[in-house]
Design a binder for this molecule. Structure first.
Ligand SMILES: Nc1nc2c(ncn2[C@@H]2O[C@H](COP(=O)(O)OP(=O)(O)OP(=O)(O)O)[C@@H](O)[C@H]2O)c(=O)[nH]1
Length: 152
């Protein structure tokens, strides 16, 4: 159904893409053959590759970092579910860096033109930290618009 809702986003300036990165070891309820994080990356690929969304600023929240931390501390290994994670340290910082690079790689390979994209590690249930992140995002978008309007 995803292709059905893409056209409804043609009049927006920015999309906040929430990627629940703690779900690296989970499967989709609707299709247990698909890993949830792989599914998230496929959706990112579709959004990045969509010509309809080509002019929209993309903001990625690598979300549920608190839940990710808890999973990693309990001994669950990322490389068991994502082979390409390899021998990197099984801790939040290296998982976030690895995933940021993955999102950027897809952007480089699939975006039809260069575009403004921001990536943040978040735990949105931490409302104070999320408010700060949203303020940074808002300032970035405003600055971007002013730049296009040649005010800065
Ligand atoms: N601890 C924690 N909980 C979160 C975070 N983000 C969302 N949640 C909680 O996760 C639950 C599911 O919310 P979402 O992930 O937004 O919704 P969803 O994608 O439809 O649901 P899931 O299939 O569970 O991912 C809710 O109870 C949220 O409050 C987060 O960063 N940290």
């Amino acid at each position: 159904m995803r292709h059905a809702w893409l056209p409804y986003f043609d009049a927006v300036n920015a999309i906040i893409f929430l990627a629940p990165i703690s779900c690296f070891d989970e499967r989709l309820t609707e299709d247990p053959s698909v890993n949830r994080l792989e599914d998230t990356l496929l959706l990112w690929k579709a959004i990045v590759g969509s010509k309809l969304l080509g002019k929209i600023t993309l903001i990625v929240f690598l979300n549920k970092c608190d839940l990710l931390k808890r999973k990693l501390q309990s001994g669950i290994m990322v490389n068991k579910y994502m082979i390409s994670f390899g021998s990197r340290e099984n801790e939040v910082g290296s998982v976030v860096k690895y995933l940021k690079d993955k999102f950027k790689d897809i952007l480089r390979a699939d975006a039809s033109e260069p575009r403004t994209t921001y990536l943040y590690a978040t735990s949105v249930t931490d409302t104070k930290a999320t408010a700060t992140t949203l303020n940074i995002v808002r300032d970035g978008i405003i600055r971007e618009h002013l730049k296009h309007a040649e005010f800065v």
